[in-house]
Design a protein. Sequence first.
Length: 203
Amino acid sequence: MSDTPKFEVIDRRKMKAEEEKESGEAAAQPAAPEKPAPTPSEPAPGPRLVVNEPRHEAAAQEPSAAEQQLAEEMPAAPTAEESSEQKAAYDASAQRLEDLIRAQNPTVGPQPPVGFEHLVQQFYLSAMLQMGAGTQEGQRPRVDIMGARATIDLLGVLAEKTKGNLTAAEDRMLQSVLFELRMAFLELTSMVGAPSVPPAPKS
């Protein structure tokens, strides 16, 4: 048995390489820090639904340039007292006129109060006359197509401005009249725009 001490050669390069590899993996995957729970006042992370806020009614109903110009050109509105006095004077004058008519024609009864249906009827008659209705037989109808269009459009404005403020019967009457007038206008304009058919050649 030899007294020479035995020793083992250890390759330090290999150990160092393994240590660097382990330290590199640890550096590549650091421990994730604990995320604090979101408080109720803070929004939760991640995608969220964005809802478009509705526009204010005042912004949606901004007056147009034409309306603003008209408002500037119009005189100041009468006060409530002035309107009340004028209404009383108007009613008294209308009553005197009705009394005079009834005195000359005793059989004439009192006039019924004017209602919304009378306004719609007035627009309807005006538009139909402008489109040639009521022409006597044998006479050529006089058509004011642009005037009829303006009257129908005015009735459309009335329908738009009174939406939600009419009874069911008033709204049904107004929509029916508008439908009938627009149909008559379409029929009339289709005849105006139709090409004229040349007469057949004589044999």
